[in-house]
Design a protein around this ligand. Structure first.
Ligand code: MV4
Length: 494
């Protein structure tokens, strides 16, 4: 067992804080890294030490794996947690961390590599009783051959880039006449975006739900699942509302999906926390899509319904510990919802809304959790993801979790920046959401800008209060700056 004593978090914002909180509870020292615009960010203030790693663009700071590994070594760090995004699914980075004698708090490089490519992922799981969408056996190169596969599957079909992610390099093909041109487009898009033109063909599942299973594996062959998250409410492959459990899973389906997810983890010798994505068809058929080999944005809903601290679990299994609970020990308690609060204007096609958080007051009280990485007076930066916060509510059942979410949204005070809280409030009231009768097309089917009309009072009422708040904030900033020059900044390299 290699007990970790000091962890560097190679990330920023809410997830960096999230990781450091669990580390601190475990008695592990924390090191933050930060870019030029994040000098006074909450994750930097929270950490025991903080290191400047470069200019604002992430390619010059948070993505500089070799530099981050170097800094970690110098500071006597023994483990690196990558959070999500950035370097989290970069197998070369994981290998570098381990080669430098530190622990990568995540899976082994093998699992990252296998699951990083859709064709190799499908190939890896094919003998593990994991249902796959009917489709081509591997890559298709010849158009005529691919077309005849499509015809035998039956239209519509989907052409997908093997290297893709987030919906890139994906094309729906409705009929044979469009097949050739769409395949050529998919190949060129894949080549341009990923430097890998490999594509394959699958039956297009028209109105699926997106349901994913959280898994946790140790290095001793033990794998459990922590049930599902329903992630169907998304737009342009960006999730906006997640929940656990899903309203459509019976205990039998839950067990079947859980078993399939555990098998996916076994197929790639997984270690740590991972997420197995499925599409779920009305009627209860489900298919494996891909595995995300990282902690996910939406992991809190799973923590709320299982009582398991997933970051602590990641650290413990990375230390070589055996899983301390079995599948039978895990039970679903209550219901959790997560709303992602983006700095975007939903009424203007979710246009990014940058600016200063003139007023920022979190909701509080029973059943509420806010994971965020900004404070009042701070800027929502153009350089990074526009997610300001994750608002999580927890209740005895779904009805209570929804009511609590509505209460929390009404209590949240954010001004200076338009957010998607109004959109979330609209969803909480929508009949399709309330009844649970929705799929991945929810937003395009039901949401129009007019739905938010009469909802923008906040923008008008900033006025004097915002000015007062701004003045308070500037005072606060001075204090923060003073703190920043004290000995907490042992490793400040500027
Ligand atoms: C699909 C599909 C329908 N049929 N594959 C989207 C991102 C990538 N992870 C896979 N995706 C899909 N693959 C087949 N054969 C529909 C989607 C899809 C989707 C999946 C999950 C959540 C949201 C989605 C939105 C659009 C399309």
């Amino acid at each position: 067992m290699k007990q970790l004593t000091k962890i560097l978090v190679a990330n920023r914002g809410e997830i960096a804080l999230r990781v450091m909180r669990s580390a601190r509870e475990m008695g592990i020292k924390t090191v933050a890294v930060y870019s030029e615009v994040d000098r006074r960010a909450p994750h930097v203030l929270f950490a025991d030490e903080a290191v400047f790693v470069g200019p604002a663009p992430s390619s010059e700071s948070y993505l500089r794996g070799a530099e981050i590994v170097g800094v970690a070594k110098e500071l006597g760090v023994d483990g690196i947690h990558p959070g999500y995004g950035f370097l989290s699914e970069n197998a070369a980075f994981a290998a570098e961390v381990e080669a430098a004698g530190m622990t990568f708090i995540g899976p082994r490089t093998h699992a990252i590599e296998v699951m990083g490519d859709k064709l190799s992922a499908k190939d890896a799981v094919k003998d593990f009783e994991v249902p796959l969408v009917p489709g081509s056996e591997g890559e298709v190169q010849d158009v005529q051959e691919a077309l005849s596969i499509a015809e035998s599957i039956g239209f519509p079909v989907m052409i997908k880039a093997s290297a893709g992610g987030g919906g890139k390099g994906m094309r729906i093909v409705q009929e044979a006449a469009e097949f050739e041109s769409q395949m050529k487009r998919a190949v060129s898009e894949a080549t341009n975006s990923f430097g890998n033109g490999a594509v394959f063909v699958e039956k297009y599942i028209q109105n699926p739900r997106h349901i994913e299973i959280q898994v946790l594996a140790d290095e001793h062959g033990n794998v459990v699942h922590l049930f599902e998250r329903e992630c169907s409410i998304q737009r342009r492959h960006q999730k906006v509302i997640e929940e656990a459990p899903s309203v459509v899973l019976t205990p039998e389906l839950r067990e079947a999906m859980g078993r399939a997810a555990v098998n996916v983890a076994k197929a790639c010798d997984y270690r740590g926390a991972g997420t197995v994505e499925f599409i779920f068809e009305p009627g209860g058929t489900f298919y494996f899509l891909e595995m995300n080999t990282r902690l996910q944005v939406e992991h809190p809903v799973t923590e709320q319904i299982t009582g398991v601290d997933l970051v602590k679990a990641q650290i413990r299994v990375a230390q070589g510990e055996k899983l301390w609970f079995s599948q039978e020990d895990l039970k679903i308690q209550g219901h959790a919802l997560e709303v992602r609060v983006y700095a975007e204007n939903a009424a203007e096609n979710f246009m990014p809304a940058i600016g200063t958080l003139l007023e920022y007051k979190r909701p509080q009280g029973l059943g509420i959790r806010v994971d965020d990485g900004l404070e009042e007076g701070m800027e929502v930066s153009i350089y990074y993801d526009p997610m300001i916060a994750k608002l999580i509510t927890f209740g005895a059942d779904r009805t209570e979790a929804i009511a609590r979410m509505k209460r929390a949204i009404s209590e949240y005070r954010i001004s200076g920046v338009q957010t998607t809280l109004n959109f979330a409030d609209y969803v909480m009231d929508h009949e399709a959401f309330v009844s649970g009768d929705f799929d991945t097309h929810f937003v395009e089917k039901y949401f129009t800008p007019e739905a938010l009309q009469g909802d923008d009072v906040d923008v008008e009422s900033i006025g004097a209060m915002a000015l007062a708040s701004l003045l308070r904030v500037q005072k606060g900033h001075e204090k923060i700056q003073k703190n920043g020059t004290t000995n907490r900044w042992k490793a400040n390299r500027t």
